[in-house]
Design a protein around this ligand. Structure first.
Ligand code: FMN
Length: 305
């Protein structure tokens, strides 16, 4: 289902960004694998309408992976049993990288890197109960220090089919240099495929391919405001201004379909990113921050881009 021999390009899970409409857009530009935003296993077990909506996927997303977060074996098991009911989900990914304090306080996300035995038990629990084709783990290089080999081996031993590695520690949050050598260390310590992640963009893609020897590459922030990056990485050419405009309008339409009227406000952050580096972007941002009506938003997008 995921052909790692083709070195696939993966959209990183990003809470607040990699929702169904955004994943629709990146699939159009050739992203090979998409993953949901992080979904709390507690919320999943509660089966709220909002959480269940977060599980939805586009038809184009095949394969499609749902990422869950949590630290309690019983709750993770229940979450897996719920996910088993949705045939359109192909894999389950465990978040072991989130550095947000609310998540760490629950011993979840990157806090699991401080307790590899618990991490292993959670992966094992998912593996045991999941009816999905893959179980995977997304992790950082360590919590404070770097021990990527130990983490990768723990995941492999517990039955993970592949792992994604964000080349930073949890303590580094999102700053400091991504350490691609550390991904290579993990790659050489295990047999399962490794997805490299962290600061990958058009300029360093070839270098990251060489230095990590990874089996796939995951792109997050470089795709926000530039979802066409997947096409550009694959074909080594840029897309036209006209196509970009068409795409931005398509993205907004998809947001309206998914969120209804709420989409107007939610789309502002995407427009901020789409307009970055263009002339008069500050004025455009100030204008669209005030807009509440869909048709006025569309008119402003058409005029600006
Ligand atoms: C706004 C935002 C939300 C994120 N949400 C998640 C998430 O839900 N799950 C996850 O595993 N990582 C999450 N991440 C981390 C990214 O998946 C990725 O590991 C990180 O941004 C580094 O890759 P990049 O430099 O290509 O963005 C998030 C990152 C950002 C910027």
């Amino acid at each position: 289902m995921i052909d790692f021999s083709q070195k696939p390009l993966v959209l990183a899970p990003m809470a607040g960004f990699s929702d169904l409409p955004f994943r629709d857009v990146v699939k159009k530009f050739g992203a090979d694998l998409t993953i949901s935003e992080m979904i709390s296993s507690n919320a999943l077990v509660f089966e709220s309408k909002k959480t269940l909506k977060m599980l939805q996927k586009n038809e184009s997303e095949a394969p499609y992976i749902v990422q869950i977060a949590g630290s309690n074996e019983e709750i993770i098991k229940k979450a897996v049993l719920i996910l088993n009911e949705f045939d359109f989900i192909d894999g389950i990914d465990l978040n072991c990288g989130c550095p947000v304090s609310k998540v760490i306080k629950q011993n979840a996300g990157s806090a699991l890197l401080n307790d590899l035995d618990l991490l292993k038990r959670l992966v094992d629990t998912i593996k045991k109960h999941s009816k999905k084709r893959t179980v995977s783990v997304k992790f950082r290089l360590g919590f404070k220090d770097k021990y990527p080999k130990l983490i990768a081996r723990a995941c492999e031993e517990a039955g993970a089919d592949f792992v994604s590695i964000h080349a930073r520690t949890a303590k580094q949050l999102y700053s400091g240099k991504a350490d691609y050598e550390a991904i290579l260390e993990a790659k050489e310590a295990v047999k399962i495929p490794i997805i490299a992640n962290g600061d990958i963009n058009k300029d360093n893609f070839k270098e990251v391919q060489k230095s990590t020897k990874a089996d796939a590459f995951m792109i997050g922030r470089a795709s926000v405001g530039k979802p066409w990056i997947f096409y550009e990485l694959k074909h080594e050419k840029s897309i036209s201004k006209e196509l970009k405009k068409e795409l931005i309008l398509y993205h907004f339409e998809a947001m309206l379909k998914h969120y209804g009227k709420e989409a107007v406000k939610l789309f502002r952050k995407h427009l901020h990113e789409y307009s970055k580096t263009l002339a008069n972007a500050a004025l455009f941002r100030a204008t669209i921050n005030q807009i509440e009506a869909e048709n006025i938003m569309i008119k402003n997008i058409e005029d600006f881009f």
